[in-house]
Design a protein around this ligand. Structure first.
Ligand SMILES: [Zn+2]
Length: 204
């Protein structure tokens, strides 16, 4: 329903949380754009969802079309992998480059506002990812990380071909980014002392 029709009186307008107050509307009920507080990059980033993202949906659709069947967001596994293929003892994470701190990727830049907050937040996400992957690999799972930048720069056909080749192969770990593949696990991932904990599952 259009915003204008929902807001019938000044009192109603003032009661709706998150909307500009009455003084921010002109007499016709139009929002005066110049009086709205622009969202900072931090605020915009904090609104980005992490599940069922477009890159993830694309990959799921492509894998399904290629005949693969899988489970989604399995909470019983470390890191709650986005795609789980039990027959292949394989899991796939589709990682947003910003949220998961994709090293060397142009999409991973810490915002200029609340820099310390974001640095700490992303470091914690990376640490949690590493421990989840170490735990999965330790228990015999194979792990593929598909970075969001790969889904934006590689054609879907090529992406699916690469994923299928990995599924049918024997490599236990692979990262797929815009710059190509990487089969080297970050050193922290194989650290034996950093065990995954169920308490670390909060996503953002
Ligand atoms: Zn990236």
């Amino acid at each position: 329903m259009p915003l204008r029709r929902r807001l019938r009186s000044p009192s109603q307008r003032q009661c709706l949380p998150g909307l500009p107050t009455w003084s921010h509307f002109d007499p016709e009920g139009k929002v005066l754009a110049e009086t709205r507080t622009p969202l900072t990059r931090s605020e915009m980033m904090s609104r980005i969802r992490s599940k069922d993202t477009k890159p993830e949906m694309l990959l799921r659709k492509g894998l399904h079309a290629a005949g693969y069947r899988f489970r989604l967001h399995v909470s019983g596994l470390p890191g709650k992998p986005d795609i789980v293929l039990p027959r292949f003892r394989s899991v796939i994470f589709v990682h947003g480059c910003f949220w998961h701190g994709h090293s060397g990727c142009k999409n991973y830049r810490i915002p200029k506002t609340r820099t310390e907050f974001w640095t700490t937040k992303i470091a914690a996400n990376r640490d949690r990812d590493s421990r989840a992957m170490a735990s999965l690999l330790d228990s015999g799972w194979r792990v593929l990380v598909v970075w969001e930048c790969a889904t934006r720069t590689i054609s879907l056909d090529r992406l699916i071909q690469t994923v299928v080749a990995w599924l049918q192969g024997t490599a236990r770990y692979l990262e797929l980014g815009a710059g190509g593949t990487c089969s080297t696990i970050r050193s922290s991932t194989i650290s034996r002392e950093s065990r995954y904990s169920e308490h670390d599952q909060s996503d953002q």
